[in-house]
Design a protein around this ligand. Structure first.
Ligand code: C2E
Ligand code: MG
Ligand code: MG
Length: 402
């Protein structure tokens, strides 16, 4: 990946704060542009900006209005929110930032110390800083995606789902990647939306379904019990009333029992299309296929709506799991586990990266964990090697306990 030099853009009506940031950035050898009003800020916002330092409280256009504009422009820079307001206001603004699809790089409570500022600027200069990794924007045309579907230029990666109390593998999620002939591997967030927009999602979905059933449909654990295969489904595919019958035929062809497959559908999609999809969801459940509400917490579902979705599983969005240090995110996780259990659903936490997060989830009785702590999603062969090692370590642990 090409290294892109860091470029900071500041907006703060307090010129002393601007001076402090720009002199600290200069000491660290980082290029920095200072603005004190929204208009100048937006005209200075070029695609090479990697970090934005944004004051929330400003007299004319405030930070929240600017966040909205950044969301509309699909800004890929990391954002540091600055304010003298309470921690709760900052946390709410952070949550808003995430729902706008923007990347939070941190926050600074005013008055802040130079050391805190230096820490944030230095952290954002790390090569794996998310905003910088995403700066390489891939663009392609619809006919390329169409050709990719015709030629089935896709690979699936698999990520394990581990039952927290027993440390057993209970499921695997299939995640699609586009093996582009010149751009290399393209991740789903960069093409699923296009596929939906250009009516190509159905053929793509069937490629994923058939491939995952044939690669992983008959995976079993050491005791011979089948492992649930989770497949992500666009809510648009649920518009087809014949979808459940078509799926059952294909599952049958692959010798996979419907109860061993779980379809994951995003909460936001479900809520948007609930009245148009309840029939297909119900038919799928009648055929014993399992359903999971993915990215839970990001779609503003109401209790009445949630109760009507015949799902077996709630998947807490990773943005909450990864920010457990924030009171609001922690409460969201705790309450989701409670609500899920009240509705007799299994609760899965995605994005589990640390042992501390896993310990927290265990104490709160979360059922299943998925995340880099166990492994990143892996291509078929690497996944099977991981699975063998994992199963062997399970056997060793059991015999050590005897
Ligand atoms: P998702 O279904 O919520 O999948 C979880 C995403 O979180 C995956 O990203 C996974 O790689 C990532 N992830 C898992 N554990 C961790 C962790 O510990 N830390 C971090 N930072 N990330 C983690 P991925 O593979 O890029 O997929 C993004 C989204 O694309 C998926 O979110 C899903 O909504 C969609 N998607 C993937 N495959 C398909 C598909 O076949 N069909 C459809 N319609 N959507 C798909
Ligand atoms: Mg998913
Ligand atoms: Mg998810």
């Amino acid at each position: 990946m090409t290294m892109i030099p860091q470029k900071i853009l500041i907006i703060d009506d307090d010129i002393d704060v601007c001076d402090l940031i720009s002199s600290t950035a200069a000491d660290l050898g980082v290029d920095c542009t200072v603005t004190t009003d929204a208009e100048t800020f937006l005209s200075a916002l070029t695609p090479d900006i990697t970090l934005i330092m944004l004051d929330l409280v400003m007299p004319e256009t405030d930070g929240i209005q600017i966040l909205r504009q950044l969301g509309e422009r699909q800004c890929r820079a990391g954002i540091v929110l600055m304010s003298g307001m309470s921690k709760r206001v900052l946390e709410t603004a952070e949550a808003l930032t995430r729902t706008l699809g923007l990347t939070i790089a941190g926050h600074l409570t005013k008055p802040f110390r130079i050391k805190e500022l230096e820490a944030i600027i230095t952290l954002c200069a790390e090569p794996d800083f998310p905003a910088r990794a995403e700066v390489e924007v891939v663009s392609f045309k619809v006919d390329e995606l169409w050709r990719a579907i015709e030629r089935e230029e896709f690979v699936l990666h698999y990520q394990p789902q581990i039952q927290i109390p027993t440390n057993q593998l209970v499921g695997i999620e299939a995640l699609v990647r586009w093996q582009h002939p010149s751009h290399g591997l393209i991740y789903p967030n960069d093409f699923i939306e296009y596929a939906e927009e250009f009516d190509l999602i159905d053929p793509l979905t069937w490629i994923v379904i058939k491939r995952s059933l044939s690669e992983m449909g008959s995976l079993k654990d050491q005791t011979g019990s089948p492992i649930t295969l989770s497949i992500n489904l666009s809510v648009l595919s649920l518009g087809d009333l014949a979808f459940p019958d078509k799926f059952i035929l294909i599952a049958d062809d692959h010798g996979v029992a419907p109860e061993n497959v779980m379809f994951e559908i995003t909460e936001s999609g479900l809520i948007r299309e609930l009245s148009r999809t309840l029939d297909v969801l119900t038919r799928l459940r009648m055929k014993k296929v399992k359903l999971s509400i993915d990215d839970f917490g990001t779609g503003y579902s109401m209790m009445q709506q949630l109760i009507h979705i015949p799902a077996n599983q709630l998947k807490i969005d990773k943005s909450f799991v990864m920010n457990l240090q924030n009171d609001s995110d922690r409460i969201m996780v705790e309450k989701t586990i409670e609500i899920g259990h009240e509705l007799a659903m299994t609760v899965v936490a995605e994005g589990v990266e640390t042992r501390e997060q896993l310990d927290f989830l265990r104490k709160r009785n979360c059922d299943v964990a998925q995340g880099y702590l166990f492994t990143k999603p892996l291509p078929k062969c690497e996944f099977l090697t991981w699975f063998e090692d994992f199963s062997a370590s399970q056997v060793l642990n059991k015999s050590a306990l005897r």
